[in-house]
Design a protein around this ligand. Structure first.
Ligand code: OAD
Length: 240
């Protein structure tokens, strides 16, 4: 049961803020029918022949490239997914000039599809793919529709521009995200277990008094937030 008092407080905070930043994760996708990673029914809880978290590592990608792509196409590609009410509400707040940036750990491009313009994709995007040999760009469909290891015309492997474990985040994206958080008058964190670094650590750059967490389950960081609402982010944001 969502606390109406908390939602009312959130509404007031949004209404009195003009430099809102949103920081989200896979929980933002579940209302679009996509599984997150660490919920009870999440991708990492599945019985898979390799520990799922290691499948998304650079080492696994290098050593078992074909199996990486099987997993990737099955669990990280969502050709039919559509933005949900969370995506649309954030795009609307940006249009009103109240929200300055969305920072996401997701790789699906749904924030942009909903209309958000300033989106920092900490873990890259499945919509961008590059040949490791000649650098040619390939779109989502090229990788999604190919069989086995996607291959460029030049013979090189086409690698998604998605940050795997053991790989670094893009420095311009980090800089943009950290600056946005540091300058924000309100930070809404939602749909993330806040367990994956460095991404989860970026919220410490926020120094204001309007720090909100909207998450279905509790996280280990709940105590760091001034306002915590346990519930679905799309449902809650659309009440504000
Ligand atoms: P997680 O799966 O770790 O956490 C998702 C959180 O969202 C959980 O705490 C859920 O309770 C919550 N949640 C689910 N549905 C929700 C909803 N409708 N509204 C609000 N909360 C909801 O996902 P992330 O924190 O994004 O990295 O995971 C971080 C990274 O781990 C991912 O970017 C990915 C993964 O390994 C890479 O692939 C590099």
């Amino acid at each position: 049961m969502i606390s109406q008092t908390s939602v009312q407080r959130l509404k007031e905070m949004i209404s009195s803020s003009n430099n809102i930043v949103f920081f989200g994760g896979a929980g933002v996708l579940t209302e679009s029918g996509i599984k997150d990673f660490r919920s009870a029914d999440g991708i990492y809880m599945m019985d898979y022949k390799y520990p799922p978290e290691s499948v998304l590592s650079h080492t696994f990608y290098t050593k078992h490239t074909e199996e990486f792509f099987d997993f990737y196409r099955k669990y990280l590609c969502f050709p039919d997914a559509k933005p949900n009410s969370a995506h649309y509400k954030l795009a609307e707040l940006e249009k009103q000039g109240k929200l300055k940036a969305v920072i996401t750990q997701n790789v699906d491009g749904l924030h942009q599809r909903a209309g958000s313009k300033c989106v920092y994709e900490l873990h890259g995007s499945a919509l961008r793919n590059y040949c490791v040999k000649c650098g040619k760009f390939h779109d989502f469909d090229f990788v999604y529709r190919s069989q086995g290891i996607p291959e460029c015309e030049c013979g090189g492997t086409v690698k998604p521009d998605v940050v795997l474990y053991e790989e670094s985040l893009d420095s311009d994206v980090i800089e943009g995200a950290v600056n946005a958080i540091a300058n924000a008058d309100m930070l809404i964190v939602a749909g993330t277990s806040l367990t994956v670094y460095p991404a989860a650590g970026f919220i410490r750059y926020y120094s204001g008094n309007n720090l909100v967490l909207i998450n279905k389950d509790s996280t280990e960081k709940d105590d760091d937030f001034g306002l915590v609402i346990h519930g679905k982010v799309g449902e809650i944001l659309s009440k504000t």
